[in-house]
Design a protein around this ligand. Structure first.
Ligand code: ZN
Length: 142
């Protein structure tokens, strides 16, 4: 099993396209309204494009009209790491994949979206891979 946190920059460059590398490994941001999943409503699981870890579900995706895919919650809290990001002269919260440490996007709170959490996980499409599947029937999932 690959320990993705131990990969070198050279190994990441081999695994990823230049565009993926720039966002996932250099905390870049894709241009708004260009990502392949911005308005996707297909049911399925969004995995980390760098390591394949399952990160988000279509059931928590919502239309934020912000230009990037938006989720109000990750698939599970331990799937992502959130850390303070003071770049660009503002305080934001960066979201990273907990499995491989790759940059995914940012999370914003209290914007007034009509979602259960009022959080907006603003994630670059290029950091995700959607696997289509119907939502699982899980009566214990509240
Ligand atoms: Zn990952």
């Amino acid at each position: 099993m690959t320990d993705y946190t131990q990969l070198t920059d050279a190994q990441w460059r081999e695994r990823l396209t230049p565009q993926e590398y720039r966002v996932l490994r250099q905390a870049g941001t894709e241009a708004p309204f260009t990502g392949e999943y911005t308005d996707t409503t297909t049911e399925g699981i969004y995995s980390c494009r760098a390591c394949g870890a399952e990160l988000f579900r279509s059931t928590e995706k919502f239309s934020a009209h912000c230009g990037w895919p938006a989720f109000f919650s990750p698939l599970a809290g331990d799937r992502v790491i959130e850390r303070t990001d003071d770049s660009l002269g503002m305080r934001r919260t960066e979201v990273l994949c907990a499995n491989c440490g790759s940059h995914l996007g940012h999370v914003f709170a209290g914007e007034g979206y009509q979602t259960p959490t009022d959080l907006r996980y603003c994630i670059n499409s290029i950091c995700l891979t959607l696997t289509e599947k119907a939502p699982e029937e899980d009566p214990t999932d509240t």
